[in-house]
Design a protein around this ligand. Sequence first.
Ligand code: SF4
Ligand code: FES
Length: 368
Amino acid sequence: MAEENKKIKLTIDNITVEVEPGTTIVEAARLLGSEFAPPTMCFYSKLEGSGGKCRTCLVEVAAGSAADPRPMPKLVASCRTQVMEGMVVKNITSERVLDARNGVVEFLLINHPLDCPICDQAGECYLQDLSYDHGEVGTRTEFVRRTFKREDIGPLIQLHMTRCILCYRCVMVADQLTDKRVHGIVDRGDKAAISTYISKAIDNDFSGNMIDVCPVGALTDKTFRFKNRVWFTKPVDAHRDCETPGCCGKATLWLRGEEVFRVTSRKDPWGEVQSFDGKPGWICNTCRFDKKKSSDWVVEGLTQISRHSVIGANKYKVLDVPKETIREVMDGRDPKLLMDIHAVSDVNNPAIDLSKLNRPAHSGDFEK
Ligand code: SF4
Ligand code: FES
């Protein structure tokens, strides 16, 4: 094998992983699973040049490479640092990293309003998840949070600038998916804000993808806003023959009964748009905003939702059924004494085997 094609071996949290040269630490860590991958609020692998803005993905490099095993003096942004042969990376095994990440979350929340109860992104907000994992219960700031003049950016997308964390993902979507970007980040420091130049509506075939890449509730779907909580809706995968060039026609429909409340692109485990045939599956505004009847779509089946997501509540398709037979629990031994619960209690209905239910037991299962 030619030297330049040789895979690079490194360890992340004491686990060895081999990757192609040019891979970033965060992409290498994603190969190990969500437990080991640093959180990313601005990096988005399908958007060229993304990352390096939020600092949530900081990791410790305990050894730079086999050739130069000195530790890197500062924590590094894993989305912007490429792997080296023999590199030793610490993520969840580093106290420094966890401490720094708590600090980053605190900074992100200094100006972010705590308005989750009225925010449409609640339940699928990456800042909400991040603050549960790394945030403090209280706040140490007593200052007034940033406020902005409300700006109308068109009939389809609602901008809540106070919630924006300036990750630049939406700017990159407009730059890389459309031919006429009319918005960007204007001003500097604590005045920096998403804005159109000057008060133009954002209007192009793929602008809806800005909503999907926004990690917080700064950009939300005006056609869905306040209609329902995401965890009350049922996500299903569906497709249609879309004629818009560049649209993959594969989407997630968020249903309540037969009614399609919302259409989004399909997401991968990292919250990024899924790829199809090696290309990111962006969807056009016609699919997203105009096709709101289930008859517009061919439904493929339930969307696989992580069991840790609030959206997964009450949806049991992907739950692992634990093997909990007594013999297995007891390492192959039989119990010396087995009691029949029905002999001592009349709470359970003897006709119902609770371990065979593929759903949670409810009151009806206990009544005789
Ligand atoms: S509006 Fe959302 S996607 Fe755009 S910069 Fe702000 S947080 Fe990022
Ligand atoms: S994800 Fe790396 S700096 Fe934001």
